[in-house]
Ligand binder design. Structure first.
Ligand code: 5AD
Ligand code: SF4
Length: 524
């Protein structure tokens, strides 16, 4: 691993902003002096939105790491007495980005609110993975328009994955001109500057980088809770599965240095957090971009030694899931034996056009290896139905794979063409009623398997990390087992934040009911 000196050498600090952004900002500055018609004309004729093509053509240049982030002095109190609100769509990566932006707002003096009417600044942190995720955001923009009319001082921003898509930026520019700022996934740290521009400028602030940025280590975070925490271990994805927009919206794979991850987890443990989830779009590719030999298995082996009861990771790609990782996970301790292993399809022919780079057989071999090393491992997955040309037989192969592996739960999706991805060039030729019917059959099977797994817990005693009161009943506590099963049980509120033993008294399709048998269980 790198020592401090090597790390400092690796940390070449970039001065200023990438030149394309700089000139973009200059242009916008100049345009602020001109009429709004000129501004629109500029966007129609000169402005180049983030290019999906250039995102794909990225090179292998070094990633720079910064440890010296500061909020400009003039922005440090700008939010005093004001409130921010961030609405988050999509995955855990977005949830965690929201925690970073919340941290930035709080360092600027803002406090949070969940009431749109009270907010001085509202951000929509968006998801681009499927069309319905995008539709929700455009719907929300429609609602916010009237709020903006009532309160013209309100600052409205759109950020996250949708902002990285040129079609979205164009649509907002043309149809939602009341939006004050748009920024993407690579320049979250620029939030204070962008807020400043939006506050003092008259026109929409648009700053979206097509090329991924560097890694900035010391950004503030305002975490959602004090029991479970997310920790980024890498950013971006290089897999380019043909249906997926993520490699375009999140850029190339960049891993954080092991010592930075380890330090963050140690710090969380010292603060009393009980569980960390390591985050990345493809965590199994962790370390592939280092010029030294180090992977997720090595990282997990180090995290095993930290005094934190639970370490999870998400999300995995079967292709990169290696023996070293399996060997380390099998050591147990704080390594949980729940593995989320997206398969997407059970048909080798479909997997091939999805460019998943494994076959049904290879996936099943991997499952065998995992089960041999960890006989109790819980496996969950992601599946897409209705990919272009998917035949009934190919769909049935997915059903048979689900049975063969015995997935205990799954996120299931109807294929949604994403502009700019290779699959979007194929005809989306499976009728919606067929897609829905397949999804329905798949969900029935998954529900059945989940219910059967749950039944086996009847009468068992499980370790539950208590997160708080149940959503539906404040008399009941709720938390998750090591295998990610949600348990509702009666117990003393003092158990919140602890790992306790709960005896299961009733099982349902997706949840377990129980009674607390003793407080503060020993960590396995
Ligand atoms: N259509 C439907 N589902 C998709 N996913 C990713 N892209 C698409 C798409 N275009 C699903 C995959 C992935 C999960 C996060 O979202 O199953 O694993
Ligand atoms: Fe998308 Fe495939 Fe990368 Fe997952 S591994 S984020 S599905 S491209």
């Amino acid at each position: 691993m790198m020592n401090e000196q090597q790390r400092q050498e690796a940390s070449r600090i970039r001065q200023g902003e990438p030149s394309d952004i700089k000139s973009e900002t200059d242009n916008l500055e100049r345009l602020k002096q001109t009429s709004s018609d000129d501004f629109v004309k500029y966007f129609e004729t000169t402005y180049e939105p983030p290019s999906l093509k250039s995102a794909k053509k990225r090179g292998k240049e070094d990633v720079e790491i910064h440890y010296d982030y500061t909020i400009p002095e003039e922005m440090q109190n700008v939010g005093d007495g004001q409130k921010y609100m961030i609405r988050t769509y999509g995955c855990q990566m977005n949830e965690h980005d929201t925690e970073v932006m919340a941290g930035l707002f709080e360092e600027m003096g803002y406090t949070s609110t969940s009431d749109t009417k009270e907010a001085d600044i509202i951000l929509l942190n968006t998801c681009a993975i499927r069309e319905n995720a995008e539709n929700k955001v455009f719907g929300e923009l429609g609602h916010l328009k009237s709020l903006k009319r009532e309160n013209p001082d309100l600052i409205l921003g759109v950020c996250g994955c949708m902002s990285q898509e040129e079609s979205v930026v164009n649509r907002i520019l043309k149809k939602h001109p009341f939006v004050d700022m748009i920024f993407g996934t690579h320049n979250i740290h620029r939030l204070p500057h962008l807020v400043k521009e939006a506050m003092f400028g008259k026109e929409m602030v648009v700053e979206v980088w097509s090329k991924e940025g560097d890694i900035i280590e010391n950004l503030p975070r305002s975490r959602k809770g004090n029991i479970k925490a997310w920790v980024n271990i890498m950013y971006g994805c290089d897999k380019f599965c043909t249906y997926c927009i993520v490699p375009y919206t999140r850029g190339k794979e960049r891993s954080r240095l092991p010592e930075d991850v380890i330090q963050e987890v140690r710090h969380l443990a010292a603060q009393g957090y009980k569980e960390v989830t390591l985050l990345g779009q493809n965590v199994n590719a962790y370390g592939k971009d280092f010029d030294f030999d180090y992977g997720l298995g090595d990282l997990m082996d180090e995290l095993r030694k930290i005094d934190i009861p639970r370490v999870r990771f998400t999300t995995s790609h079967p292709r990169d899931f290696d023996d070293r990782l399996i060997e380390v996970l099998a050591k147990g301790g704080n390594m949980l034996d729940h593995i989320h292993l997206p398969v997407q399809s059970g048909s080798s022919a479909v997997l091939k056009i999805m460019a998943r780079k494994y076959t049904r057989e290879r996936y099943l071999e991997l499952v065998d290896k995992i089960r041999t090393a960890m006989p109790n491992a819980t496996l969950t997955t992601d599946i897409i139905v209705g990919f272009p040309n998917e035949t009934e037989e190919q769909f049935e192969e997915t059903l048979s794979l689900v049975e063969e592996v015995g997935f205990e739960s799954a996120y299931t999706f109807i294929y949604s063409p994403r502009e700019g991805t290779p699959a979007a060039k194929m005809q989306d030729n499976i009728p919606m009623d067929v897609k829905k019917e397949r999804l329905h059959r798949l969900n029935d099977l998954i529900n059945k398997q989940s219910a059967e797994t749950m039944e086996k817990y009847q009468g068992e005693v499980v370790n539950v990390l208590v997160e708080g009161e149940s959503k539906n009943n404040s008399e009941v506590l709720a938390g998750y087992t090591e295998r990610n099963k949600l348990v509702n049980f009666r117990g003393s509120k003092s158990a919140i934040g602890q790992i306790v033993k709960v005896k299961i008294t009733n099982t349902k399709t997706w949840t377990l009911d129980g009674e607390m048998v003793e407080e503060a269980a020993e960590v396995k």
